[in-house]
Ligand binder design. Sequence first.
Ligand code: CP
Ligand code: NVA
Length: 324
Amino acid sequence: MNALDMRNADTGLIGPRHFLELDELPAADLRRIVDAARARKEARKGLPKGAADADAPLAGHTLAMVFEKPSTRTRTSFDMAIRQLGGSAMVMNSADLQLGRGETIADTARVLSGYVDAIMLRTFDPQKLTELADNADVPVINGLTDRSHPCQILADLMTFEEVKGPLKGAKIAWTGDGNNVAATFVQAAAVFGFELAVACPDSLRPNAEILRRAQQRGAKITVTSDASKAAAGADCIVTDTWLSMNDTDGVRQARHNLLRPYQVDDALMARAKPDAIFMHCLPAHREEEATASVMDGPQSVIFDEAENRLHAQKAILLWCFGKL
Ligand code: CP
Ligand code: NVA
């Protein structure tokens, strides 16, 4: 295939535009995605959820979603996102594909590229996502790996700005497991210029390489084992499950023992600013990483955050197709 044949029909670029890791994408593009998500959300107010946006910019485009882990929000919000943009989606669980019987990810990438216009993958090993992107002729989107969850964090940042205003200069406190979602907040701190205070046990710190990269880019990030210290004066406290989908059940008791001091309860919320918000990507385990009183309390924005997955992903899809 010559270079001209490789040119992407939508973006005019050599090769497709993948959405893989926040710290590999231009900051200006990420800013545009968050802004477009808010603008499109506003523009379609009052329409039934299944109705397409007036401009239907992705009419004729199909998104394939491949899941190697369970999902409620990502699966449903991407499906509705592409529908609202005028396109359509298909959802596949990897166990039902030949992928589950050993067909390579590279071959799967080439085959799916012949049928669909973009592929979203939720998987364990981030290397699989890279391999898919390296071998696909269409945009590939990171729908969560053990390493990161960029679609989630763009929705979170959109939610923060909707409720509290500009991120620049704001303080976000992460408390709990330094998992894939925490690592993506670390990546985002370098891009969006907010202060990030991470509180976690020493053994559960966020990915060291991601942290180093963000700090080299000038991100204002502190890591402490003291949740109360991280929460002090924060504009937002955010946490996640103590046991991620890539964790085995065998670590449950040890995790609970380690993470109990990092639970978000009313006392921890009181350490933050009086108008601070509480975020959680969901699914949550009430009375574990956060108390029900916080999750269902007046400072919680968890369901706006979940809804904003839809709006953020519409903007991500538009960016992938060079329409932002
Ligand atoms: N937050 C999130 O990604 O949820 P799902 O696992 O339900 O997709
Ligand atoms: N850290 C969680 C996020 C789920 C959306 C997990 O990976 O299971």
